[in-house]
Design a protein around this ligand. Structure first.
Ligand SMILES: [Cu+2]
Length: 140
C-alpha cells in the first residue's frame, strides 16, 4: 500500500518534469542548405530559450562544415582551426558533411545576439572568404 503510493507520486513527479522540461515549447525545425559557396536557411531570426532542431544538408559537391559563431574580424583570421572550433556555439565537422549528407542536431540559444554578432559559417579553408556565411539574430 505504502509503496504503491510512493510509486504513484514518483510517476506524477516525472510526468510534471517531462512536461515542464522545455518550458512547454515545441521544437522548431530549421532547414539549412550548404552549397558552393553559401547558406540557405528557413529561419535566421531566432529566440532565446526556444528548442531548435537544425537539419543541415550539403547539396554542394565538396565537404562543408557548419558552425554557429561570431563573425570573424581581421585579427581572428590568424586563429588556427582548433581555436576557431572552440569559439563556436555549435558545429558539424566537415568530415560529417560530405556532398549529399544531412546531419541534424538540437540547439537552444541561451543568450541574445543582435544583428552582426552571430552567423552561420563554413570555415573549411577558403569557403568563408568565398561567401559561406549567413548572419543570424537571437532576440529575447
Ligand atoms: Cu564550405
Amino acid at each position: 500500500m505504502f509503496w504503491k503510493k510512493i510509486v504513484a507520486l514518483v510517476a506524477a513527479a516525472l510526468l510534471i518534469a517531462a512536461c515542464s522540461g522545455q518550458g512547454g515549447g515545441e521544437t522548431v525545425e530549421v532547414q539549412v542548405t550548404l552549397t558552393e559557396f553559401g547558406f540557405e536557411a528557413s529561419l535566421t531570426d531566432f529566440k532565446v530559450g526556444v528548442p531548435y532542431r537544425f537539419v543541415v544538408t550539403n547539396t554542394g559537391a565538396v565537404n562543408h562544415e557548419f558552425m554557429i559563431m561570431a563573425p570573424l574580424t581581421g585579427e581572428d583570421m590568424g586563429m588556427d582551426m582548433h581555436e576557431l572550433d572552440e569559439t563556436a556555439l555549435a558545429m558539424i565537422e566537415e568530415d560529417q558533411l560530405p556532398s549529399g549528407a544531412t546531419v541534424s542536431f538540437d540547439y537552444t540559444f541561451k543568450e541574445t545576439a543582435p544583428a552582426g554578432s552571430l552567423e552561420f559559417a563554413c570555415h573549411t579553408p577558403g569557403h568563408y572568404e568565398a561567401g559561406m556565411k549567413l548572419p543570424i539574430t537571437v532576440s529575447p
